[in-house]
Write a protein that binds this ligand. Structure first.
Ligand SMILES: [Cu+2]
Length: 210
């Protein structure tokens, strides 16, 4: 389908900042607080996962099978759109833009996966790899702590302000998933949304994400 045509140049170039500076400062302060609270709360969040059957979140899809493109903006600290509905067996291209002032993540997973990834992200902060508005990518590979000190899982991207990335993802089964930002403090302040993988007969979901 050619109906969704993107202006590539517009996507790549940094989006204009439109929100008030005053509210920025407030958000900044709040995130600082949330970040320190995050240290305490993520350990609790990780304590309770284990026995539920894991839905299959899917896998990296092939470019040739993309039938749908969804644009996702990462803002401070929420997503636009707030929820996403896709169809079983669909291969979706997510075009992800960080239009906020902070580092944000787009991650496809279950609630339990996000809880556990939040611990890894907290360690990245502890090791100085992740700052509020900066990713020190050169530090990611050489930490030697069980190989979890890189951020290269195919189901997620971590972006600095102004950066853009794409994920092509195939959803093999109906499931209730979540897309989330696991930067410490962000998930808890609301930076997550429902990602519903529906059965294919619901043709109308094709048009519902805008
Ligand atoms: Cu975030």
């Amino acid at each position: 389908m050619k109906s969704t045509v993107f202006d590539r140049q517009a996507i790549v170039s940094r989006a204009p900042i439109s929100r008030a500076i005053v509210s920025r400062a407030l958000i900044s302060t709040f995130t600082g607080i949330a970040l320190s609270i995050g240290v305490v709360s993520f350990a609790m969040a990780s304590a309770g996962h284990g026995n539920a059957k894991k839905p299959t979140i899917g896998q990296a899809g092939e470019e040739a099978h993309v039938s749908r493109t969804i644009e996702v903006n990462l803002e401070d600290n929420y997503f636009t759109p707030e929820k996403i509905e896709v169809t079983k067996n669909q291969t979706v291209r997510f075009v992800i833009k960080n239009t906020g002032e902070f580092v944000h993540e787009f991650n496809i997973g279950t609630a339990a996966m996000h809880a556990s990834h939040q611990e890894e992200m907290m360690m990245m902060v502890d090791h100085g790899m992740l700052e509020v508005d900066k990713i020190n990518r050169n530090m990611m590979m050489d930490m030697g702590e069980g190989g979890m000190m890189s951020h290269d899982d195919p189901n997620s991207v971590l972006l600095e302000p102004g950066e853009t990335a794409e994920i092509v993802w195939q959803f093999p089964e109906a499931a209730e998933l979540e897309f989330a930002c696991n930067v410490p403090g962000h998930y808890d302040s609301g930076m997550m949304g429902e990602l519903t993988v529906g059965e294919p007969d619901h043709d109308s979901v094709e048009l519902s994400t805008e």
